[in-house]
Design a binder for this molecule. Structure first.
Ligand code: AMP
Ligand code: MG
Length: 499
């Protein structure tokens, strides 16, 4: 399929937005300029008003036919400079060579009313020079999942790419069966991945590698310029800073029970954001070895492996940055802090889930023992933490104790937890707990119900879920059914890389 040249686009919708497009300014070695491929008969599936407000998009413009045309890839947007970027990556532990935005197009970087730059990217907008055997499209179900989870993660306080909207089209897309096309508009300060660095490093384009690293440092890690702690080596400092952000992000995943599913190096954000939502899952029953990706039978990306895989990926990034860091010792030294930062971040998150105000030596044992008890009985992860919070808030203990068959084991743990909580005002402790232990997460079955309705043309459940997940810590009376145990059929939902 030929790729459309920019000048072929008939018109440019004027939204009155301001752009600065710093990625485009890096130059043609980093991307191919091209326009999205149009989709027939587009319609809205979902929009995030919160995201629109942050971007400074006028509500009346977002309601206009021009906006629908823009976000389905059928019309240009004045000021944007559409492009697909090139990157490489390690997939499932193996060097995969050149990849790139095979179905995503970066429209450009918008200047928001509060002075930030946020990039807009259309995903599912047609073939690019990096599509390889793919069709450049995304299906409705996976686009809805990415849209909802992006906004849900943000509301949970977890660093993530965001999503502005999803548009759909009756255009058929072949996966295991024939489905329909959709485009999700993603938003992030940058979509640069570890794989971008790997690309320019392993292909010997070291001038571009340096330009990319300098851009990332100047734009997002200005403190690394000083290079403190790394003998003035800004690139080692960058590696250390990315490691710290990645450690903090993965600690949050572990604490909330989130499995990413495809932690390939091309899916790792240089900003430590959760990106590329595919077969992700929030745990139902607590199973440390849980594999959420049907295409990962070995469990490389199982829940409990995520922290180590992140470190492995950072090692790949360090390898890619070696031509700039120059000294291997220095690169290794920059990676070393991950081993301390990750446990510290995780301890802090788990301590917060228990409503503790400070760290004590026995806390690690306290969290590990309850997790072991939960693993033994596959106790529902989200429900346990929320019920424990409500118990500390004054509700009878039965609701949380009844989650366990091993009552004696639970009572023993509860006794130790109470002892550790001595001296804490329970109103404040429970308030802290309720602010970090969500009542609502995007469980697979909730997404599935919304997707089934959406396939029949009813998008109201997508809208309801978005509204719900924008406030995951609020009680939201009347919505309890969304906070309940998963139905039996939930365990039969198989989510693969196919999207
Ligand atoms: P993912 O596993 O979704 O992160 O994708 C890995 C690589 O495959 C990236 O380079 C994607 O752009 C590309 N890709 C995935 N699906 C498609 C598709 N349907 N068409 C073209 N490229 C794709
Ligand atoms: Mg990807």
């Amino acid at each position: 399929m030929p790729v459309q040249a920019p000048q072929d686009i008939p018109s440019q919708a004027d939204s009155g937005l301001h752009w600065r497009n710093r990625f485009a300014a890096l130059g043609p070695a980093f991307y191919t300029r091209l326009m999205p491929q149009p989709l027939p008969a587009p319609h809205w599936v979902a929009r995030s008003q919160a995201m629109a407000r942050e971007l400074g998009l006028a509500p009346e413009w977002l309601d206009s036919p021009a906006a629908l045309a823009v976000f389905s890839g059928n019309q240009g947007l004045a000021g944007s400079e559409p492009l697909a970027s090139v990157y490489s990556g390690h997939q499932f532990g193996v060097w995969a060579g050149q990849l790139g935005d095979g179905r995503a197009i970066l429209l450009g970087e918008l200047l928001t009313p509060d002075g930030r730059g946020l990039e807009l990217q259309l995903k599912g907008s047609g073939r690019t020079p990096y599509s390889r055997m793919g069709d450049g499209r995304a299906v409705l179900r996976s686009s809805i999942r990415e849209f909802l989870c992006s906004e849900a993660m943000h509301a949970l306080g977890i660093p993530s790419s965001r999503a502005l909207c999803v548009t759909g089209s009756p255009a058929p897309v072949r996966r295991e069966e024939i489905e329909t096309a959709a485009v999700v508009t993603r938003v992030a300060p940058s979509f640069i991945r570890f794989g971008h660095f790997e690309h320019f490093s392993y292909s010997g384009q070291h001038e571009q590698l340096r330009a990319l690293a300098d851009f990332v440092i100047d734009a997002f890690y200005p403190d690394c310029r000083a290079g403190s702690g790394f003998k003035g080596n800004a690139y080692a400092a960058l590696l250390e800073a990315v490691s710290a952000r990645t450690a903090a992000m993965v600690a949050q995943w572990q604490a909330v029970g989130f499995c990413h599913g495809v932690m390939n190096t091309d899916n790792m954000s240089i900003l430590g954001l959760t990106i590329d939502y595919g077969p992700f899952q929030f745990l139902d029953g607590f199973d440390p070895g849980h594999i959420c990706n049907h295409s990962d039978p070995q469990g490389r990306y199982a829940y409990h492996r995520q922290p180590n895989i992140a470190y492995w990926n950072l090692f790949c990034l360090g390898q890619a940055l070696l031509p700039l860091i120059e000294e291997q010792e220095l690169a290794l030294a920059a990676l070393e802090p991950y081993k301390a930062v990750f446990p510290r971040e995780l301890d802090a998150r788990m301590g917060a889930k228990l409503g503790l105000q400070d760290a004590a030596p026995q806390d690690r044992e306290l969290t590990e023992s309850i997790l072991q008890l939960m693993a033994k009985e596959r106790v529902d992860y989200t429900i346990f933490w929320r019920r424990l919070s409500r118990h500390v808030a004054g509700e009878p203990v039965d609701a949380v104790r009844d989650l366990f068959l091993d009552r004696a084991g639970f009572d023993d743990w509860l006794g130790r937890f109470r002892e550790r909580s001595t001296g804490l005002a329970s109103a404040e402790q429970s308030a802290r707990m309720l602010a970090v232990n969500p009542k609502y997460v995007l469980r697979n079955h909730l997404g599935e119900v919304a997707i089934r309705a959406a396939k029949l043309g009813d998008f109201s459940e997508v809208e309801r879920l978005l509204a719900l997940l924008e406030h995951p810590f609020d009680e939201q009376p009347g919505m309890d059914a969304y906070a309940g145990f998963p139905p039996d059929w939930a365990s039969s939902i198989a989510i693969s890389c196919s999207s």
